[in-house]
Design a protein around this ligand. Structure first.
Ligand SMILES: Cc1cc2nc3c(=O)[nH]c(=O)nc-3n(C[C@H](O)[C@H](O)[C@H](O)COP(=O)(O)OP(=O)(O)OC[C@H]3O[C@@H](n4cnc5c(N)ncnc54)[C@H](O)[C@@H]3O)c2cc1C
Ligand SMILES: NC(=O)c1ccc[n+]([C@@H]2O[C@H](COP(=O)([O-])OP(=O)(O)OC[C@H]3O[C@@H](n4cnc5c(N)ncnc54)[C@H](O)[C@@H]3O)[C@@H](O)[C@H]2O)c1
Length: 494
């Protein structure tokens, strides 16, 4: 029986990162993947959906600009867009596969073995690999990292066939732009695809929202901008509505909503996308005797280690945040914990996120919604994009920067949100300061290039320090500098 130091199950972002870190420790590593290297980080997930988003954004901007010259926009070809997305996915998959093939070549390293198949722990130190066609083998290992990710959550009452009623696993395989589509679930995936399909201008999008606003975990001022833009691009948001029935009838989708006042309404659309969260992949991943503890949300781990001491769990299979960067962080950390000696516990405070909407929304640390839920008092400063020269030059001043700091003399950064053009590029400096547990003075001192969106962050910081170019009381509506104590705002007087 072949013997390894480390077996990693699942070659998505988390497993791939874990395997590569194992090589750094010069350990004999086996990485096993049943379908696509890169997992949902590449296929039917992060990279593919972001390629759709980029192409949709370019299309929407092109169509908007052409209107300025009173020209008719061309018909957007679905197949060409889809092929471009597939090329992007293949490029990334080939890069990862070539990288592994080169590493497995003895000239580079004898440490990595890659096997295709479905893996299952038959005991604490034995992994069975089923490569199909009755080809099964068992390998021995000292340590295991489980990185089998997640899949779209299904609602049993919905007729998901991945052709007419789809999840994110099927949505990218359509034959053409549907003339209409309903999206169930107004979380990140639902809102990103609503942005993508409304941006191409060929699909009437309906978005079903259980609550009174989309993106329930996000601050209301951010959501207001996103909702306004969606509705301006023709998205019909069904607020406070409960899906009571969905059926496929004559190749189309009929669905019925019940509103808060008890009234009901029936709609008919061409396609449906169900985006109501993700389910961790741990069914049949280990024999009962292995005894890994799980909760409904995934594997509960102690800093990536499960209750079985040589078995670790990382990425979407665990009960915490589901993001590529978090999965990679956990994958690397687990291996450092196994073979090294990490000097600190995993930190989630400085995780940066981007939601690919219209416009993009980037964030790091906590937002106001979370601060209030946790009963944290804070200072919050906001600056409208119309005060930032780069945004003015881009002729697009929709958006704002919002910075949260502790409500004390130290003014430690709690979090930042940026909504608008280039939002994602603006948050990196702040992510670093949070991880270094620094206050805001360091940010105020840094000289940013001009004109850049990041200058707006400096202006926020200077406002908090009472040194701003602009004085908040003189530009009401564009700037604000407030405390939030027990959820009540008060302007800060300088
Ligand atoms: C539509 C969509 C858009 C997203 N956009 C973003 C984004 O913009 N930014 C971001 O940070 N995150 C995004 N995410 C989330 C991100 O894709 C996931 O958090 C990330 O892929 C999780 O990585 P993972 O390695 O834990 O799991 P996965 O990517 O799910 O990979 C797990 C791998 O394990 C394999 N596997 C499962 N069981 C077995 C087994 N028994 N044996 C062998 N192999 C097995 C699977 O085939 C899969 O390849 C998005 C997700 C979706 C669905
Ligand atoms: N840009 C990014 O970073 C990015 C993009 C896409 C996905 N992701 C990751 O993928 C994860 C999964 O995304 P998601 O959008 O599937 O989950 P989500 O948790 O963000 O949203 C699910 C939504 O579905 C709603 N919902 C649940 N049950 C429902 C029902 N029966 N009827 C109607 N609505 C219902 C919920 O209220 C929620 O708003 C995210 O949490 C995120 O971590 C990240």
């Amino acid at each position: 029986m072949e013997k390894f130091d480390l077996v990693v199950i699942g070659a998505g972002p988390s497993g791939y990162a874990a395997a590569m870190r194992g090589i750094d420790f010069k350990k004999k590593v086996l990485l096993i993947e049943r379908i696509n290297v890169g997992g949902a980080g590449v296929t039917n997930g992060a990279l593919s959906s972001k390629t759709w988003w980029e192409l949709s954004r370019e299309t929407a901007s092109f169509l908007k600009n052409i209107k300025r010259f009173n020209l008719q926009g061309p018909q957007i070809n679905y197949k060409e867009i889809q092929s471009e997305v597939r090329r992007a996915v293949d490029e990334r998959k080939s890069l990862l596969e070539d990288h592994m093939a080169n590493l497995a070549d003895a000239r580079h390293s004898e440490y990595l073995t890659f096997k295709k198949g479905t893996a299952r722990l038959v005991s604490q130190h034995e992994v069975e690999i089923d490569a199909g066609h009755f080809e099964k083998e068992i390998v021995k290992t000292d340590y295991v990292v489980l990185a089998t990710g997640s899949r779209p959550r299904h609602l049993p009452e919905l007729p998901i066939d991945e052709k007419i009623v789809m999840t994110s696993d099927g949505i990218e395989g359509m034959e053409d732009f549907p003339e209409s589509m309903v999206i169930v679930g107004a979380g990140v995936i639902g809102c990103e695809y609503a942005t993508i399909f409304s941006g191409f201008g060929r699909t009437k999008v309906h978005l079903i929202d259980k609550g009174d606003r989309i993106l329930p975990f996000e601050d209301a001022d951010i959501v207001n901008v996103i909702e306004r833009n969606m509705e301006n691009s023709g998205v019909l948001i069904h607020r406070n509505s409960r899906l009571v029935r969905m059926e496929i009838k004559h190749g189309r989708v009929e669905y019925e909503l019940e509103y808060n006042d008890g009234s009901k309404e029936v709609f008919n659309v061409e396609k449906a996308l169900v985006a109501v969260g993700r389910t961790p992949n741990y069914e049949d991943l280990w024999h009962d005797s292995v005894g890994i503890s799980i909760s409904k949300r995934g594997i509960e781990d102690n800093d990536t280690q499960t209750n079985v001491s040589n078995i670790y769990a990382v990425g979407d299979i665990t009960a915490d945040i589901s993001l590529v960067n978090v999965g990679e962080l956990e994958g690397r950390y687990a291996v450092e914990k196994i073979f090294g000696d990490p000097q600190r516990k995993l930190l989630y405070e400085n995780i940066s996120t981007i939601m690919f909407l219209n416009p993009e929304v980037a964030g790091v640390g906590i937002n106001e919604t979370t601060a209030r839920e946790k009963g944290i008092d804070y200072k919050v400063v906001t600056l409208d994009y119309s005060c930032i020269p780069r945004a003015i030059a881009k002729r697009n001043t929709q958006g704002f920067i919002k910075l949260l700091v502790t409500n004390d003399v130290h003014m430690k950064i709690l979090g930042m949100k940026v909504i608008g053009n280039h939002a994602s590029s603006a948050i990196q400096a702040v992510a670093l300061l949070i991880s270094m547990d620094k206050g805001i003075e360091e940010l105020a001192e840094c000289v940013h290039p001009h004109p850049s969106i990041t200058e707006g962050i400096q202006e926020c910081v200077r406002m908090l320090l009472g040194k701003s170019l602009f004085k908040p009381h003189a530009l009401k509506g564009k700037l604000s500098c407030r405390t939030s104590t027990a959820g009540i705002y008060a302007d800060i007087k300088f």
